[in-house]
Design a protein around this ligand. Structure first.
Ligand code: SF4
Ligand code: SF4
Length: 177
């Protein structure tokens, strides 16, 4: 663990899928219907509603930009589930991802298909939702109508704040590192 950092900030702590299960086993120690349990569930529900509210506009943006992209982010980037992703995933679905995000033989994320990402948006690492690439930012400027609906940037900030609160609430119950 790097000095001065909470253990969950250390990516390696959650690198091994077996270690993900510690989140589930710790959550099981929190009394059902306790204030902490209700707070965790309420934050997870709020995050899920917000993420789902963005799906339509993000799909529109992808339709505008990804088809012609020559530097596909899902090919280029190395993505993983961080602690907050896993905590949210567990609270939202009751389970854990079936596997880590790895690359296929061609170097692409295993969840990438010709139609885009196969994972429901709430099951993707949050970086896959908050990352708006320069091409998409330009599309937002050029075609404001495709971004009608929720204020993308504002909602992403609210989700970031709620994910932080989710992590802090979980850590307030003092899980063993
Ligand atoms: S989100 Fe941006 S970088 Fe990623 S595939 Fe679409 S256009 Fe390319
Ligand atoms: S999980 Fe989906 S959106 Fe994220 S990198 Fe993989 S294919 Fe792309």
């Amino acid at each position: 663990m790097s000095s001065g950092q909470p253990h969950w900030r250390n990516r390696a702590v959650f690198e091994n899928r077996d270690n993900w299960k510690t989140i589930g086993s710790h959550l099981a120690t929190i009394r059902r219907n306790s204030a902490v349990s209700r707070r965790l569930q309420s934050l997870a529900r709020s995050i899920a509603v917000k993420i789902e509210s963005l799906d339509c506009v993000l799909e529109q943006l992808c339709r505008q930009s990804c088809r012609h992209c020559i530097d596909v982010c899902c090919l280029r980037a190395t993505i993983w589930y961080d602690f907050r992703d896993l905590l949210f995933y567990r609270l939202h679905t009751g389970g854990l991802p079936l596997q880590k995000i790895v690359k296929d033989g061609a170097g692409a994320c295993i969840h990438l298909s010709t139609e885009g990402c196969r994972l429901p948006r709430c099951q993707r690492p949050f970086v896959c939702t908050w990352y708006i690439c320069p091409t998409q930012k330009e599309a937002m400027r050029r075609l404001p109508d495709i971004c009608a609906g929720p204020d993308l940037v504002a909602v992403i900030r609210q989700i970031q704040d709620e994910r932080k609160m989710l992590g802090e609430c979980y850590m307030s119950t003092d899980p063993a590192p």
